[in-house]
Design a binder for this molecule. Structure first.
Ligand code: SF4
Length: 170
């Protein structure tokens, strides 16, 4: 029999247990309301991923492990899904594959409305994103190339850069 003076302890323990269950239920409800998936959170906007192979980087809002799968989640305040959101998810797929050695099969874009859009990591998205990455690399490489101009000689005569310029018109 439990001694009379131990009742407060059991009451406190029971109260803590009930409070714990309520907190877990509230957390689950909050996750559902915010559109978050269940699973073990590997990163919560605190891991920046880099790919030396593709020269890309990105920081998913959340990376979740669900069983053996890894699922990125990105939250957007937008009310509709834009192509840029899908491209961003495609970049995350490449980065996660390189970092964790697991190719995500899908990810979620969670909109401001709470709607979850499942983005499939299929061959079409992969090739589109790799093509975009090529274009970004080309654009970066061209940043140092001079832009072709056709100045009038009078403009160049008054220009303070004429001594450094290979395109000056004499
Ligand atoms: S000297 Fe070169 S930079 Fe200056 S006006 Fe001519 S083309 Fe342009």
């Amino acid at each position: 029999m439990i001694p009379h003076q131990s009742h407060p302890f059991w009451l406190i323990a029971a109260g803590a247990l009930v409070a714990g269950v309520i907190l877990v239920l509230l957390a689950q409800r909050m996750r559902r309301v915010r559109g978050l998936a269940s699973g073990r959170t590997l990163a919560l906007d605190d891991v920046t991923l880099y790919s030396s192979r593709y020269r890309l980087s990105g920081r998913p809002d959340r990376i979740v492990r669900v069983g053996k799968a890894i699922v990125p989640e990105e939250w957007k305040s937008a009310k509709r899904l834009w192509p840029g959101h899908i491209a961003q998810m495609g970049v995350y797929f490449l980065l996660i594959e390189e970092r964790y050695g697991v190719r995500p099969a899908y990810g979620y874009v969670v909109l401001g409305t709470g709607n979850r859009h499942r983005i499939e990591n299929d061959a079409r998205l992969r090739s589109w994103v790799l093509d975009l990455a090529d274009q970004v690399r080309d654009a970066r490489a061209k940043l140092r190339e001079p832009i072709g101009v056709s100045p009038r000689p009078a403009q160049c005569r008054a220009c303070g850069q004429r001594g450094n310029c290979s395109q000056r018109a004499d």
